[in-house]
Design a protein around this ligand. Structure first.
Ligand code: THU
Length: 138
């Protein structure tokens, strides 16, 4: 894991909008082109409308016209390296190969590096829809 991703995630985390949980999360990802995209969690008074930091970083990458993730760094003030939620694991897997490294980190310096395949074993992917897609295409 490179320092620039850690620094970007740490810096952006301060902008997280988390008045309901008090749990600020920052994410930085590097796309395959080498650019870094960041995101924070953005909560809402209608709780289910909140979005995770991973979703924000992925949206920024897509808005820039990029589609492939090379590396991810997630940081929060958590006793143990913060695991991405299930939904974010699926969101990352949409744009990252199984070997892409996702570093989970605490603000006091603990890290745990996991691959996308480790985070989401048995992932649902496009191949599972092959029959439906073929049928739809007639
Ligand atoms: N959260 C993230 O943004 N990313 C994670 O990986 C874990 C959880 C957010 C969602 C919510 O705003 C807060 O953390 C508490 O669940």
């Amino acid at each position: 894991m490179s320092d620039d991703l850690r620094d970007a995630a740490t810096r952006i985390r301060a902008n997280a909008y988390a008045p309901y949980s008090g749990f600020q999360v920052g994410v930085a990802l590097r796309s395959e082109s080498g650019r870094i995209f960041t995101g924070v969690n953005v909560e809402n008074v209608a709780y289910p409308e909140g979005t995770c930091a991973e979703a924000g970083a992925i949206a920024a990458m897509c808005a820039a016209g990029e589609r492939r993730i090379a590396e991810v760094f997630v940081i929060a003030d958590s006793p143990e390296p913060v695991p991405c939620c299930g939904g974010c694991r699926q969101k990352i897997a949409e744009f990252a190969g199984p070997d892409v490294a996702v570093t989970l980190a605490t603000t006091d310096g603990k890290t745990l590096v996991m691959s996308v395949a480790q985070l989401l074993p048995g992932a649902f992917g496009p191949d599972h829809m092959a029959r439906a897609t073929a049928a739809a295409q007639g």
